[in-house]
Design a protein around this ligand. Structure first.
Ligand code: UDX
Length: 487
Protein backbone atom coordinates (compact mmCIF):
# COMPACT_ATOMS: atom_id res chain seq x y z
CA UNK A 1 0.00 0.00 0.00
CA UNK A 2 1.17 3.48 -0.80
CA UNK A 3 1.29 6.15 1.80
CA UNK A 4 3.43 8.94 3.07
CA UNK A 5 6.24 7.66 5.30
CA UNK A 6 4.41 4.32 5.42
CA UNK A 7 1.27 5.95 6.72
CA UNK A 8 -1.90 4.66 5.12
CA UNK A 9 -5.07 6.70 4.90
CA UNK A 10 -8.11 4.68 5.91
CA UNK A 11 -11.38 6.09 4.55
CA UNK A 12 -14.70 4.64 5.65
CA UNK A 13 -17.38 5.30 3.02
CA UNK A 14 -21.06 5.23 3.97
CA UNK A 15 -23.66 5.62 1.17
CA UNK A 16 -27.41 6.02 1.59
CA UNK A 17 -28.70 2.52 0.73
CA UNK A 18 -30.08 3.13 -2.77
CA UNK A 19 -28.57 2.29 -6.13
CA UNK A 20 -27.68 5.81 -7.32
CA UNK A 21 -26.06 6.72 -4.00
CA UNK A 22 -24.03 3.50 -3.78
CA UNK A 23 -22.82 3.81 -7.38
CA UNK A 24 -21.36 7.27 -6.88
CA UNK A 25 -19.55 6.36 -3.67
CA UNK A 26 -18.27 3.01 -4.93
CA UNK A 27 -16.61 4.76 -7.85
CA UNK A 28 -15.05 7.32 -5.52
CA UNK A 29 -13.91 4.51 -3.20
CA UNK A 30 -12.30 2.75 -6.11
CA UNK A 31 -10.50 5.91 -7.11
CA UNK A 32 -9.14 6.39 -3.60
CA UNK A 33 -8.11 2.73 -3.40
CA UNK A 34 -6.13 3.12 -6.61
CA UNK A 35 -4.31 6.01 -4.93
CA UNK A 36 -3.24 3.86 -1.97
CA UNK A 37 -6.07 4.47 0.50
CA UNK A 38 -7.36 1.62 2.60
CA UNK A 39 -11.12 1.49 2.00
CA UNK A 40 -13.91 0.26 4.23
CA UNK A 41 -17.16 0.44 2.27
CA UNK A 42 -20.16 0.12 4.57
CA UNK A 43 -23.50 -0.98 3.18
CA UNK A 44 -26.62 -1.89 5.08
CA UNK A 45 -27.12 -5.65 5.24
CA UNK A 46 -30.12 -5.31 2.91
CA UNK A 47 -28.08 -3.51 0.22
CA UNK A 48 -25.21 -5.91 0.56
CA UNK A 49 -27.52 -8.86 0.06
CA UNK A 50 -29.00 -7.24 -3.06
CA UNK A 51 -25.55 -6.60 -4.50
CA UNK A 52 -23.72 -9.75 -3.57
CA UNK A 53 -26.79 -11.97 -3.76
CA UNK A 54 -25.86 -14.10 -6.72
CA UNK A 55 -22.61 -15.95 -7.21
CA UNK A 56 -22.37 -14.44 -10.68
CA UNK A 57 -22.54 -10.93 -9.37
CA UNK A 58 -19.94 -11.66 -6.77
CA UNK A 59 -17.55 -12.96 -9.38
CA UNK A 60 -18.21 -9.85 -11.50
CA UNK A 61 -17.13 -7.64 -8.67
CA UNK A 62 -13.56 -6.66 -8.91
CA UNK A 63 -13.30 -4.64 -5.80
CA UNK A 64 -11.71 -7.43 -3.83
CA UNK A 65 -8.26 -5.98 -3.33
CA UNK A 66 -6.04 -6.20 -0.26
CA UNK A 67 -6.85 -2.58 0.57
CA UNK A 68 -10.62 -2.74 0.02
CA UNK A 69 -13.15 -4.38 2.30
CA UNK A 70 -16.93 -4.39 2.58
CA UNK A 71 -18.73 -4.30 5.90
CA UNK A 72 -22.45 -4.12 6.62
CA UNK A 73 -24.76 -3.20 9.45
CA UNK A 74 -28.48 -3.88 9.99
CA UNK A 75 -30.88 -1.04 9.19
CA UNK A 76 -33.26 -2.39 11.88
CA UNK A 77 -36.23 -2.72 9.50
CA UNK A 78 -38.01 -6.08 9.23
CA UNK A 79 -36.94 -8.32 6.31
CA UNK A 80 -40.25 -7.88 4.45
CA UNK A 81 -39.99 -4.06 4.50
CA UNK A 82 -39.72 -2.56 0.99
CA UNK A 83 -36.94 -0.10 1.97
CA UNK A 84 -36.70 2.09 -1.14
CA UNK A 85 -40.46 1.80 -1.75
CA UNK A 86 -41.00 3.50 1.65
CA UNK A 87 -38.11 5.92 1.63
CA UNK A 88 -39.36 7.99 4.59
CA UNK A 89 -39.37 4.96 6.90
CA UNK A 90 -35.93 3.96 5.64
CA UNK A 91 -34.58 7.45 6.39
CA UNK A 92 -36.08 7.43 9.90
CA UNK A 93 -34.64 3.99 10.66
CA UNK A 94 -31.18 5.02 9.47
CA UNK A 95 -31.05 8.20 11.54
CA UNK A 96 -30.92 5.99 14.64
CA UNK A 97 -28.21 3.62 13.39
CA UNK A 98 -25.14 5.63 14.43
CA UNK A 99 -24.49 3.35 17.42
CA UNK A 100 -24.67 0.20 15.30
CA UNK A 101 -22.32 1.69 12.72
CA UNK A 102 -19.84 2.82 15.35
CA UNK A 103 -19.92 -0.56 17.11
CA UNK A 104 -19.20 -2.27 13.79
CA UNK A 105 -16.21 -0.05 13.02
CA UNK A 106 -14.81 -0.48 16.51
CA UNK A 107 -15.21 -4.25 16.30
CA UNK A 108 -13.65 -4.62 12.86
CA UNK A 109 -10.18 -3.33 13.71
CA UNK A 110 -6.80 -4.92 14.35
CA UNK A 111 -5.21 -7.50 12.04
CA UNK A 112 -3.23 -4.84 10.24
CA UNK A 113 -6.24 -2.62 9.49
CA UNK A 114 -4.97 0.98 9.62
CA UNK A 115 -6.69 3.38 12.05
CA UNK A 116 -9.64 5.23 10.52
CA UNK A 117 -8.60 8.60 9.07
CA UNK A 118 -11.97 9.93 7.91
CA UNK A 119 -15.60 9.00 7.34
CA UNK A 120 -16.88 9.89 3.89
CA UNK A 121 -20.60 10.13 4.40
CA UNK A 122 -23.45 10.56 1.98
CA UNK A 123 -24.91 14.05 2.45
CA UNK A 124 -28.19 12.53 3.60
CA UNK A 125 -26.77 10.04 6.13
CA UNK A 126 -26.77 12.04 9.37
CA UNK A 127 -26.17 8.89 11.46
CA UNK A 128 -22.46 9.25 10.63
CA UNK A 129 -22.22 12.52 12.60
CA UNK A 130 -21.96 10.91 16.03
CA UNK A 131 -19.71 8.15 14.67
CA UNK A 132 -17.16 10.65 13.33
CA UNK A 133 -17.36 12.75 16.50
CA UNK A 134 -16.91 9.77 18.84
CA UNK A 135 -14.06 8.34 16.77
CA UNK A 136 -12.49 11.82 16.55
CA UNK A 137 -12.09 11.77 12.79
CA UNK A 138 -13.36 14.27 10.22
CA UNK A 139 -16.74 13.70 8.64
CA UNK A 140 -16.37 14.27 4.90
CA UNK A 141 -19.76 15.13 3.42
CA UNK A 142 -20.16 13.64 -0.05
CA UNK A 143 -23.05 15.15 -2.05
CA UNK A 144 -24.42 12.62 -4.54
CA UNK A 145 -26.53 15.27 -6.30
CA UNK A 146 -25.39 18.08 -8.60
CA UNK A 147 -24.10 21.14 -6.73
CA UNK A 148 -27.27 23.20 -7.30
CA UNK A 149 -29.53 20.42 -5.97
CA UNK A 150 -27.13 19.89 -3.05
CA UNK A 151 -27.29 23.61 -2.22
CA UNK A 152 -31.09 23.49 -2.40
CA UNK A 153 -31.05 20.56 0.05
CA UNK A 154 -28.42 22.06 2.36
CA UNK A 155 -30.42 25.29 2.62
CA UNK A 156 -33.87 23.64 2.65
CA UNK A 157 -34.34 24.34 6.32
CA UNK A 158 -33.74 28.09 5.74
CA UNK A 159 -36.13 27.94 2.78
CA UNK A 160 -38.67 26.35 5.10
CA UNK A 161 -38.16 29.19 7.61
CA UNK A 162 -38.66 31.71 4.80
CA UNK A 163 -41.94 30.08 3.74
CA UNK A 164 -40.73 28.56 0.44
CA UNK A 165 -41.33 25.07 1.88
CA UNK A 166 -43.74 23.28 1.74
CA UNK A 167 -43.98 23.97 -1.97
CA UNK A 168 -47.49 24.62 -3.29
CA UNK A 169 -47.22 22.90 -6.60
CA UNK A 170 -49.82 25.23 -8.15
CA UNK A 171 -47.15 27.91 -7.60
CA UNK A 172 -44.29 25.63 -8.71
CA UNK A 173 -43.33 27.80 -11.65
CA UNK A 174 -44.77 31.22 -10.82
CA UNK A 175 -42.17 33.93 -11.57
CA UNK A 176 -42.90 35.82 -8.32
CA UNK A 177 -42.11 32.65 -6.33
CA UNK A 178 -38.68 32.18 -7.85
CA UNK A 179 -35.92 31.48 -5.34
CA UNK A 180 -33.03 33.85 -5.84
CA UNK A 181 -31.47 33.88 -2.38
CA UNK A 182 -29.41 30.70 -2.52
CA UNK A 183 -25.61 31.08 -2.56
CA UNK A 184 -23.08 29.66 -5.00
CA UNK A 185 -24.05 31.79 -7.99
CA UNK A 186 -26.47 29.09 -9.11
CA UNK A 187 -29.33 29.93 -11.47
CA UNK A 188 -32.55 31.09 -9.79
CA UNK A 189 -34.72 28.10 -8.86
CA UNK A 190 -38.40 27.50 -9.41
CA UNK A 191 -40.12 26.05 -6.33
CA UNK A 192 -40.66 22.94 -8.47
CA UNK A 193 -36.86 22.54 -8.72
CA UNK A 194 -36.54 21.82 -4.99
CA UNK A 195 -36.31 18.20 -3.84
CA UNK A 196 -39.85 17.03 -4.64
CA UNK A 197 -40.40 15.64 -1.12
CA UNK A 198 -40.82 19.27 -0.01
CA UNK A 199 -44.07 19.55 -1.96
CA UNK A 200 -47.30 20.01 -0.02
CA UNK A 201 -48.53 16.56 -1.02
CA UNK A 202 -45.68 14.97 0.99
CA UNK A 203 -46.19 16.85 4.26
CA UNK A 204 -47.99 13.88 5.81
CA UNK A 205 -45.42 11.38 4.50
CA UNK A 206 -42.45 10.61 6.82
CA UNK A 207 -40.08 11.51 3.96
CA UNK A 208 -40.95 15.22 4.34
CA UNK A 209 -39.72 15.52 7.94
CA UNK A 210 -36.85 13.14 7.21
CA UNK A 211 -35.32 15.24 4.41
CA UNK A 212 -35.90 18.44 6.37
CA UNK A 213 -34.06 16.86 9.30
CA UNK A 214 -31.20 15.83 7.02
CA UNK A 215 -31.03 19.41 5.75
CA UNK A 216 -30.58 20.73 9.30
CA UNK A 217 -27.87 18.16 9.95
CA UNK A 218 -25.98 18.66 6.70
CA UNK A 219 -23.89 21.43 8.29
CA UNK A 220 -21.98 18.89 10.33
CA UNK A 221 -18.77 18.06 8.53
CA UNK A 222 -15.19 19.19 8.19
CA UNK A 223 -14.79 18.60 4.47
CA UNK A 224 -17.26 18.66 1.58
CA UNK A 225 -17.06 16.96 -1.80
CA UNK A 226 -19.54 17.26 -4.67
CA UNK A 227 -19.97 14.85 -7.56
CA UNK A 228 -19.94 17.52 -10.25
CA UNK A 229 -17.29 19.53 -12.08
CA UNK A 230 -16.42 23.20 -12.04
CA UNK A 231 -16.81 23.67 -15.79
CA UNK A 232 -20.44 22.53 -15.49
CA UNK A 233 -21.63 24.37 -12.39
CA UNK A 234 -18.91 26.86 -11.55
CA UNK A 235 -16.39 26.90 -8.75
CA UNK A 236 -18.58 28.95 -6.43
CA UNK A 237 -21.35 26.34 -6.41
CA UNK A 238 -19.24 23.70 -4.65
CA UNK A 239 -17.78 26.40 -2.39
CA UNK A 240 -21.32 27.28 -1.23
CA UNK A 241 -21.62 23.78 0.22
CA UNK A 242 -18.85 24.51 2.69
CA UNK A 243 -19.63 24.17 6.38
CA UNK A 244 -18.24 27.14 8.29
CA UNK A 245 -15.47 27.70 5.76
CA UNK A 246 -14.22 24.11 5.52
CA UNK A 247 -12.79 22.94 2.16
CA UNK A 248 -15.55 22.23 -0.34
CA UNK A 249 -14.59 20.88 -3.74
CA UNK A 250 -16.06 19.52 -6.98
CA UNK A 251 -14.47 16.17 -7.73
CA UNK A 252 -16.73 14.62 -10.34
CA UNK A 253 -17.82 12.89 -12.35
CA UNK A 254 -16.38 10.32 -9.94
CA UNK A 255 -17.06 7.33 -12.19
CA UNK A 256 -15.12 8.84 -15.10
CA UNK A 257 -11.42 8.50 -14.16
CA UNK A 258 -11.72 4.74 -13.68
CA UNK A 259 -13.87 4.44 -16.76
CA UNK A 260 -11.38 6.29 -18.93
CA UNK A 261 -8.56 4.11 -17.77
CA UNK A 262 -10.47 1.43 -19.64
CA UNK A 263 -9.74 -1.09 -16.99
CA UNK A 264 -12.56 -3.62 -17.36
CA UNK A 265 -12.53 -4.28 -13.69
CA UNK A 266 -13.59 -0.79 -12.83
CA UNK A 267 -15.96 0.11 -15.64
CA UNK A 268 -18.99 -1.38 -13.97
CA UNK A 269 -21.42 -0.01 -11.48
CA UNK A 270 -22.15 -2.06 -8.41
CA UNK A 271 -25.62 -3.18 -9.38
CA UNK A 272 -28.51 -4.41 -7.29
CA UNK A 273 -29.84 -6.15 -10.41
CA UNK A 274 -28.00 -8.58 -12.61
CA UNK A 275 -26.57 -6.75 -15.62
CA UNK A 276 -27.56 -8.11 -19.00
CA UNK A 277 -24.51 -7.73 -21.26
CA UNK A 278 -26.31 -9.11 -24.32
CA UNK A 279 -27.49 -5.59 -25.16
CA UNK A 280 -23.89 -4.62 -25.98
CA UNK A 281 -23.74 -7.22 -28.77
CA UNK A 282 -27.08 -5.96 -30.05
CA UNK A 283 -25.76 -2.39 -30.01
CA UNK A 284 -22.69 -3.52 -31.95
CA UNK A 285 -25.02 -4.34 -34.86
CA UNK A 286 -26.73 -0.93 -34.96
CA UNK A 287 -25.69 2.18 -36.89
CA UNK A 288 -23.80 5.01 -35.16
CA UNK A 289 -26.06 7.26 -33.04
CA UNK A 290 -29.17 5.40 -34.25
CA UNK A 291 -30.46 3.99 -30.94
CA UNK A 292 -32.47 5.68 -28.20
CA UNK A 293 -31.64 4.28 -24.75
CA UNK A 294 -34.65 4.26 -22.39
CA UNK A 295 -34.15 3.79 -18.66
CA UNK A 296 -35.65 5.26 -15.51
CA UNK A 297 -32.97 4.31 -12.99
CA UNK A 298 -33.54 2.13 -9.97
CA UNK A 299 -36.56 3.66 -8.23
CA UNK A 300 -38.89 5.44 -10.68
CA UNK A 301 -42.21 3.77 -11.40
CA UNK A 302 -44.78 4.33 -14.16
CA UNK A 303 -48.46 3.42 -14.47
CA UNK A 304 -49.36 0.65 -16.89
CA UNK A 305 -51.35 3.19 -18.92
CA UNK A 306 -48.24 5.41 -19.17
CA UNK A 307 -46.08 2.48 -20.22
CA UNK A 308 -48.58 1.71 -23.01
CA UNK A 309 -48.34 5.29 -24.29
CA UNK A 310 -44.56 5.19 -24.04
CA UNK A 311 -44.37 1.94 -26.01
CA UNK A 312 -46.61 3.29 -28.76
CA UNK A 313 -44.71 6.59 -28.86
CA UNK A 314 -41.42 4.75 -29.27
CA UNK A 315 -42.95 2.66 -32.02
CA UNK A 316 -44.32 5.71 -33.85
CA UNK A 317 -40.93 7.47 -33.69
CA UNK A 318 -39.47 4.91 -36.08
CA UNK A 319 -36.16 4.90 -34.17
CA UNK A 320 -34.38 1.84 -32.77
CA UNK A 321 -34.50 1.65 -28.98
CA UNK A 322 -33.02 -0.25 -26.05
CA UNK A 323 -35.51 -0.20 -23.19
CA UNK A 324 -34.74 -1.15 -19.58
CA UNK A 325 -37.90 -2.70 -18.17
CA UNK A 326 -37.06 -3.22 -14.52
CA UNK A 327 -39.14 -6.05 -13.03
CA UNK A 328 -41.06 -3.57 -10.82
CA UNK A 329 -41.42 -0.66 -13.26
CA UNK A 330 -45.26 -0.83 -13.52
CA UNK A 331 -46.06 0.45 -10.00
CA UNK A 332 -44.22 -2.48 -8.46
CA UNK A 333 -45.18 -5.05 -11.12
CA UNK A 334 -43.61 -6.14 -14.39
CA UNK A 335 -44.80 -4.12 -17.40
CA UNK A 336 -47.26 -5.62 -19.86
CA UNK A 337 -46.43 -4.40 -23.35
CA UNK A 338 -49.25 -3.56 -25.81
CA UNK A 339 -50.48 -6.44 -27.92
CA UNK A 340 -48.34 -7.07 -30.99
CA UNK A 341 -45.88 -4.34 -30.00
CA UNK A 342 -42.86 -6.60 -29.53
CA UNK A 343 -43.54 -8.37 -32.83
CA UNK A 344 -43.95 -5.07 -34.71
CA UNK A 345 -40.72 -3.59 -33.31
CA UNK A 346 -38.60 -6.73 -33.16
CA UNK A 347 -36.20 -5.57 -35.88
CA UNK A 348 -35.31 -2.40 -34.01
CA UNK A 349 -36.00 -2.92 -30.32
CA UNK A 350 -34.42 -4.72 -27.41
CA UNK A 351 -35.87 -5.09 -23.90
CA UNK A 352 -33.69 -5.86 -20.90
CA UNK A 353 -34.17 -5.84 -17.15
CA UNK A 354 -30.93 -4.03 -16.27
CA UNK A 355 -27.97 -2.92 -18.39
CA UNK A 356 -24.30 -2.16 -17.80
CA UNK A 357 -25.36 1.48 -18.25
CA UNK A 358 -21.91 3.08 -18.46
CA UNK A 359 -20.98 0.80 -21.35
CA UNK A 360 -24.34 1.39 -23.03
CA UNK A 361 -24.04 5.18 -22.88
CA UNK A 362 -20.46 4.97 -24.15
CA UNK A 363 -21.51 2.82 -27.10
CA UNK A 364 -21.27 4.65 -30.46
CA UNK A 365 -24.70 3.34 -31.54
CA UNK A 366 -26.48 5.26 -28.77
CA UNK A 367 -27.69 8.68 -29.92
CA UNK A 368 -30.15 9.71 -27.19
CA UNK A 369 -31.29 8.85 -23.68
CA UNK A 370 -34.86 8.97 -22.38
CA UNK A 371 -34.13 9.22 -18.67
CA UNK A 372 -35.74 9.92 -15.29
CA UNK A 373 -32.95 12.50 -14.80
CA UNK A 374 -31.36 10.88 -11.75
CA UNK A 375 -28.07 12.64 -11.13
CA UNK A 376 -25.90 9.62 -11.91
CA UNK A 377 -27.71 8.97 -15.18
CA UNK A 378 -27.51 12.66 -16.07
CA UNK A 379 -23.80 13.07 -15.38
CA UNK A 380 -23.04 9.74 -17.06
CA UNK A 381 -24.91 10.89 -20.18
CA UNK A 382 -23.14 14.25 -20.12
CA UNK A 383 -19.77 12.49 -19.84
CA UNK A 384 -20.56 10.26 -22.82
CA UNK A 385 -21.90 13.08 -25.01
CA UNK A 386 -25.45 11.69 -25.23
CA UNK A 387 -28.36 14.22 -25.41
CA UNK A 388 -31.33 13.49 -23.15
CA UNK A 389 -35.09 13.60 -22.92
CA UNK A 390 -35.78 14.20 -19.23
CA UNK A 391 -38.80 12.69 -17.55
CA UNK A 392 -38.29 13.28 -13.81
CA UNK A 393 -40.00 11.19 -11.19
CA UNK A 394 -38.98 12.51 -7.76
CA UNK A 395 -36.27 13.94 -5.52
CA UNK A 396 -33.62 16.05 -7.26
CA UNK A 397 -34.66 14.88 -10.71
CA UNK A 398 -36.81 17.92 -11.54
CA UNK A 399 -33.88 20.27 -11.10
CA UNK A 400 -31.55 17.99 -13.06
CA UNK A 401 -34.06 17.83 -15.91
CA UNK A 402 -34.54 21.60 -16.10
CA UNK A 403 -30.83 22.35 -15.93
CA UNK A 404 -30.12 19.73 -18.61
CA UNK A 405 -32.58 21.50 -20.90
CA UNK A 406 -32.26 25.18 -20.05
CA UNK A 407 -28.79 25.68 -18.58
CA UNK A 408 -26.63 23.00 -20.17
CA UNK A 409 -28.77 22.76 -23.30
CA UNK A 410 -28.25 19.06 -23.87
CA UNK A 411 -31.82 17.91 -23.44
CA UNK A 412 -35.57 18.24 -23.87
CA UNK A 413 -38.46 17.51 -21.58
CA UNK A 414 -42.25 17.11 -21.64
CA UNK A 415 -44.40 20.14 -20.94
CA UNK A 416 -45.56 20.58 -17.35
CA UNK A 417 -44.53 17.17 -15.98
CA UNK A 418 -42.57 19.13 -13.38
CA UNK A 419 -45.74 20.51 -11.81
CA UNK A 420 -48.20 17.78 -12.78
CA UNK A 421 -46.45 14.52 -12.13
CA UNK A 422 -49.65 12.52 -12.58
CA UNK A 423 -50.14 13.79 -16.13
CA UNK A 424 -50.29 11.16 -18.82
CA UNK A 425 -47.65 11.90 -21.45
CA UNK A 426 -49.23 11.00 -24.76
CA UNK A 427 -47.62 8.87 -27.46
CA UNK A 428 -47.49 11.84 -29.89
CA UNK A 429 -45.42 13.85 -27.38
CA UNK A 430 -43.06 10.94 -26.93
CA UNK A 431 -42.74 10.41 -30.66
CA UNK A 432 -42.03 14.10 -31.20
CA UNK A 433 -39.44 14.29 -28.40
CA UNK A 434 -37.60 11.21 -29.67
CA UNK A 435 -37.45 12.59 -33.21
CA UNK A 436 -36.29 15.99 -31.94
CA UNK A 437 -33.53 14.62 -29.72
CA UNK A 438 -32.20 12.05 -32.17
CA UNK A 439 -32.00 14.48 -35.09
CA UNK A 440 -30.73 17.51 -33.22
CA UNK A 441 -27.27 18.40 -34.48
CA UNK A 442 -26.99 21.48 -32.32
CA UNK A 443 -27.71 19.52 -29.16
CA UNK A 444 -25.28 16.81 -30.22
CA UNK A 445 -22.60 19.44 -30.72
CA UNK A 446 -23.25 20.86 -27.25
CA UNK A 447 -23.25 17.35 -25.79
CA UNK A 448 -19.85 16.70 -27.39
CA UNK A 449 -18.51 19.92 -25.87
CA UNK A 450 -19.69 18.96 -22.39
CA UNK A 451 -18.29 15.46 -22.82
CA UNK A 452 -14.89 16.98 -23.59
CA UNK A 453 -15.17 19.33 -20.61
CA UNK A 454 -16.05 16.46 -18.25
CA UNK A 455 -13.13 14.41 -19.50
CA UNK A 456 -10.73 17.32 -19.26
CA UNK A 457 -11.86 17.93 -15.67
CA UNK A 458 -10.87 14.45 -14.51
CA UNK A 459 -7.68 14.13 -16.55
CA UNK A 460 -4.27 15.14 -15.23
CA UNK A 461 -4.22 18.89 -14.56
CA UNK A 462 -8.02 19.20 -14.78
CA UNK A 463 -10.17 20.87 -12.10
CA UNK A 464 -11.58 17.69 -10.53
CA UNK A 465 -8.23 15.93 -10.83
CA UNK A 466 -6.54 18.75 -8.91
CA UNK A 467 -9.33 18.88 -6.33
CA UNK A 468 -9.08 15.15 -5.71
CA UNK A 469 -5.33 15.58 -5.22
CA UNK A 470 -5.99 18.33 -2.69
CA UNK A 471 -8.34 16.06 -0.78
CA UNK A 472 -5.93 13.13 -0.91
CA UNK A 473 -3.05 15.29 0.35
CA UNK A 474 -5.17 16.74 3.15
CA UNK A 475 -6.17 13.26 4.28
CA UNK A 476 -2.57 12.03 4.04
CA UNK A 477 -1.49 14.90 6.27
CA UNK A 478 -4.21 14.01 8.75
CA UNK A 479 -3.15 10.36 8.75
CA UNK A 480 0.46 11.45 9.31
CA UNK A 481 -0.50 13.71 12.20
CA UNK A 482 -2.66 10.91 13.63
CA UNK A 483 0.22 8.44 13.49
CA UNK A 484 2.53 10.97 15.22
CA UNK A 485 0.04 11.41 18.03
CA UNK A 486 -0.09 7.61 18.56
CA UNK A 487 3.69 7.46 19.07
C1 UDX B 1 -31.33 8.09 -6.87
C2 UDX B 1 -32.14 9.34 -7.25
O1 UDX B 1 -33.31 8.98 -7.90
C3 UDX B 1 -31.30 10.27 -8.04
O2 UDX B 1 -32.07 11.33 -8.51
C4 UDX B 1 -30.22 10.75 -7.12
O3 UDX B 1 -29.51 11.78 -7.72
C5 UDX B 1 -29.37 9.55 -6.73
O4 UDX B 1 -30.18 8.55 -6.16
P1 UDX B 1 -31.60 6.53 -9.12
O5 UDX B 1 -33.05 6.83 -9.17
O6 UDX B 1 -31.24 5.12 -9.07
O7 UDX B 1 -30.84 7.31 -7.94
O8 UDX B 1 -30.98 7.22 -10.43
P2 UDX B 1 -29.51 7.54 -10.87
O9 UDX B 1 -28.91 8.59 -10.02
O10 UDX B 1 -29.58 7.85 -12.31
O11 UDX B 1 -28.69 6.21 -10.64
C6 UDX B 1 -28.96 5.03 -11.32
C7 UDX B 1 -27.66 4.27 -11.48
O12 UDX B 1 -27.97 2.96 -11.91
C8 UDX B 1 -26.74 4.89 -12.51
O13 UDX B 1 -25.41 4.88 -12.02
C9 UDX B 1 -26.86 3.96 -13.72
O14 UDX B 1 -25.67 3.85 -14.47
C10 UDX B 1 -27.22 2.65 -13.07
N1 UDX B 1 -28.03 1.81 -13.96
C11 UDX B 1 -29.30 2.16 -14.27
C12 UDX B 1 -27.46 0.67 -14.49
O15 UDX B 1 -26.28 0.38 -14.25
N2 UDX B 1 -28.22 -0.10 -15.32
C13 UDX B 1 -29.51 0.19 -15.64
O16 UDX B 1 -30.14 -0.58 -16.38
C14 UDX B 1 -30.07 1.37 -15.09
Amino acid sequence: MNGVNNVTVHAVLVPFPAQGHVNALIHFANLLASRGFFITFVNTEWTEKRMFGSAKLKSQLHYSKPNFRFLSFPDSLPPEHGRTSHLGELFIALVKRGDALEALLRKETGNGIPPVTCIVSDGVMSCTISVAANMQVPRVVFWPFCAAASIAQKYAYSLFSQGHIPVKISEGNRPEKMITTLPGNIPALWPSDLISFYREQFTSDPIYEAVLFESRMSDMGEYVLANTFEELEGREAAAALSNKGCPSLSIGPVFLPNFLEGENSTQSNMSMWEEDDSCLHWLDKQRPRSVLYVSFGSLALKSQEQLDELALGLEQSGYAFLWVLRSDIAQGQAAVLPEGFEERTKDRALFVKWTPQLKVLAHPSVGGFLTHSGWNSTVESISMGVPMIGWPYFGDQFLNCRFTKEIWKVGLDFKDVDVDDGRLVRREEIESAVVRVMANEEMQKKAEELKEAARKAVMEGGSSFNNINTFINDMLNRAKAQSQSFK
